[in-house]
Design a protein around this ligand. Structure first.
Ligand SMILES: [Zn+2]
Ligand SMILES: [Zn+2]
Length: 248
C-alpha cells in the first residue's frame, strides 16, 4: 500500500473539476514549499547550504518577495549572495591575466578562457532553484502514486477517465514515470489511455478557444458562450501548467 500522505491528496485532486489535477496538487505544494523555505528551513543547515548554492528561479524569487516577512528572505539572500561572490572570486586569477592580454604580451587567448569560465559560472548561478527541485521531487512521488492507484484502484481509474486530462507539463511527467512505476504491459495500457484522453481534451480546449475568437465577430454577438468564456486562461494552463497560484 502506498503512503496515505500521497494517496489522499491525489484522490482529492481528482475530485476537483479542473484542467489538471496535478497542477492543483502542485499549487498547494508550491505554497507549502515557499512557507517552509522562509520558515522551518531557516533552522536546517542542510537546506540553507543547498539554497545558498542553488538559489531560486525568477518565478520563485518573485513569490518569496511577495511574502509578508522580509527578515527571513533577507537572511537567505545575504548568505546566497555571499556564495555567488565566493564563486565569482574563484575567477580572479583568470581576470588578472586580461590586463596582459591588453598589452598583447601573450599569444594564447586568455580572453576566451576567461569568457568561457565566466559564462559557465554565471549560467550555473542562473540555472538552479531549490524550490523547483523540491517541488519536482514531490511531484514525481505524486505521479508514482497516481500510476499505482490507476493500476490498482478501479474507483480511481474511473475518476481518471472522467477527468479533463492534465496539462502538457504533467502529461510529460506521467509519460516519463509510466515505465518506472508500472510493468511494461501496464505502462503500455496507461500510455495509450493517456494519449487518447489528451487528444480528446486538447480538441475540446481547441473548440473553446476557437469559439472565443468567433465571439468577437459582430455577426456572432448573440452566440451562446457555452464553456468558451474563460477559454484563454484554460488554454494557457492546458499548454503550460498553471500561471497563477490561487490555492489557499
Ligand atoms: Zn498540470
Ligand atoms: Zn523555481
Amino acid at each position: 500500500m502506498k503512503e496515505q500522505i500521497y494517496t489522499i491528496p491525489v484522490n482529492e485532486a481528482y475530485d476537483t473539476d479542473c484542467e489538471c489535477p496535478l497542477c492543483e496538487l502542485q499549487k498547494k505544494l508550491e505554497l507549502e514549499t515557499l512557507d517552509y523555505t522562509l520558515g522551518a528551513a531557516m533552522m536546517e543547515p542542510d537546506f540553507r547550504e543547498n539554497s545558498n548554492k542553488t538559489g531560486f528561479c525568477r518565478h520563485h524569487f518573485s513569490m518569496l518577495f511577495d511574502m509578508p516577512n522580509k527578515l527571513p528572505l533577507a537572511l537567505v539572500l545575504d548568505t546566497h549572495l555571499e556564495e555567488i561572490r565566493a564563486q565569482l572570486n574563484i575567477l580572479k586569477k583568470g581576470a588578472s591575466k586580461l590586463s596582459n592580454e591588453k598589452s598583447g604580451l601573450f599569444k594564447k587567448s586568455s580572453t576566451s578562457d576567461f569568457s568561457a569560465s565566466l559564462s559557465k559560472n554565471l549560467s550555473e548561478t542562473d540555472k538552479g532553484c531549490i524550490i523547483c527541485d523540491k517541488i519536482n521531487h514531490t511531484m514525481e512521488r505524486y505521479a508514482d502514486v497516481l500510476l499505482y492507484m490507476w493500476n490498482k484502484d478501479d474507483n480511481f481509474r474511473t475518476k481518471f477517465d472522467n477527468s479533463k486530462g492534465v496539462c502538457l507539463n504533467h502529461m510529460l511527467l506521467l509519460t516519463n514515470m509510466a515505465e518506472k512505476s508500472l510493468s511494461k504491459s501496464q505502462a503500455a495500457e496507461f500510455l495509450l489511455s493517456l494519449y487518447n484522453k489528451q487528444l480528446n481534451e486538447l480538441e475540446r480546449i481547441q473548440n473553446d478557444i476557437h469559439k472565443f475568437t468567433l465571439k468577437f465577430d459582430y455577426r456572432n454577438k448573440d452566440m451562446d458562450w457555452g464553456t468558451a468564456q474563460d477559454a484563454p486562461i484554460r488554454t494557457i494552463e492546458k499548454i503550460s501548467g498553471f500561471i497563477k497560484n490561487n490555492a489557499e
